[in-house]
Design a protein around this ligand. Structure first.
Ligand SMILES: *[C@@H]1O[C@H](CO)[C@@H](O)[C@H](O)[C@H]1NC(C)=O
Ligand SMILES: *[C@@H]1O[C@H](CO)[C@@H](O)[C@H](O)[C@H]1NC(C)=O
Ligand SMILES: *[C@@H]1O[C@H](CO)[C@@H](O)[C@H](O)[C@H]1NC(C)=O
Ligand SMILES: *[C@@H]1O[C@H](CO)[C@@H](O)[C@H](O)[C@H]1NC(C)=O
Ligand SMILES: *[C@@H]1O[C@H](CO)[C@@H](O)[C@H](O)[C@H]1NC(C)=O
Ligand SMILES: *[C@@H]1O[C@H](CO)[C@@H](O)[C@H](O)[C@H]1NC(C)=O
Length: 147
């Protein structure tokens, strides 16, 4: 009788233990340790990868949000949430707006480098890197070479 009672209590205690531990495992080690899906990141997976992460799925690192396939053209690594600053453009913002973009800041479009305020005189849109005389020479050479 005494042994049986111990046994029943033992089983109850075991079940209680199992219950607590599995709860703990599920709560702590599964929900918090689980990787976020490919479009979210951060401790609670409550941050979204940037829409400007390159690639069809815009996927990013599940811990720090660094885009897996780099940024769309005109956006700054690692998060691809920021545009290139006003004096740079292109892939990884590695091109400079032309010094011959008009205006004090020589600013240009962050994706394609087209100068925001046109060109200084003597230069040709859209990039304002080519001078008008060079363009004319090129035209003349092209025309002449056809003769
Ligand atoms: C990722 O999880 C978020 C929030 O839980 C959800 O809105 C989104 O659709 C999921 N994305 C994928 C690719 O499973
Ligand atoms: C994500 O969750 C954390 C902690 O719960 C909170 O501090 C943070 O503001 C949340 N971030 C967003 C973008 O909701
Ligand atoms: C984000 O994590 C990945 C993988 O650990 C790492 O390669 C990358 O350098 C990290 N990015 C930043 C900005 O820390
Ligand atoms: C833009 O970024 C480049 C490269 O990081 C830097 O040299 C330049 O000073 C920045 N320009 C502005 C206007 O912030
Ligand atoms: C862009 O300008 C920065 C300084 O203003 C210079 O360090 C860098 O080499 C330039 N990049 C290119 C591609 O010309
Ligand atoms: C550059 O992009 C801007 C904004 O989308 C657009 O207005 C402009 O026509 C583009 N320039 C070229 C040369 O494609």
């Amino acid at each position: 009788m005494g042994a049986r009672l111990y046994n029943v209590i033992g089983i109850k205690i075991s079940i209680l233990f199992l219950f607590c531990f599995s709860g703990k495992f599920e709560g702590k080690f599964l929900s918090q340790g689980k990787e976020c899906n490919s479009s979210t990141y951060g401790e609670d997976c409550n941050k979204s990868c940037s829409d400007h992460c390159a690639g069809d799925t815009n996927s990013c690192n599940h811990v720090n949000g660094t885009c897996d396939e780099g940024c769309d053209i005109g956006y700054l690594m690692p998060l691809c949430t920021e545009k290139c600053n006003s004096s740079t453009y292109g892939e990884d913002c590695n091109k400079n707006c032309s010094d011959h973009c008009a205006g004090d800041t020589n600013s240009c479009n962050h994706v394609n480098g087209t100068c925001d305020q046109g060109c200084d005189s003597g230069y040709v849109m859209p990039l304002c890197t080519e001078s008008k005389s060079a363009r004319q020479e090129l035209l003349i050479i092209t025309v002449l070479s056809y003769h």
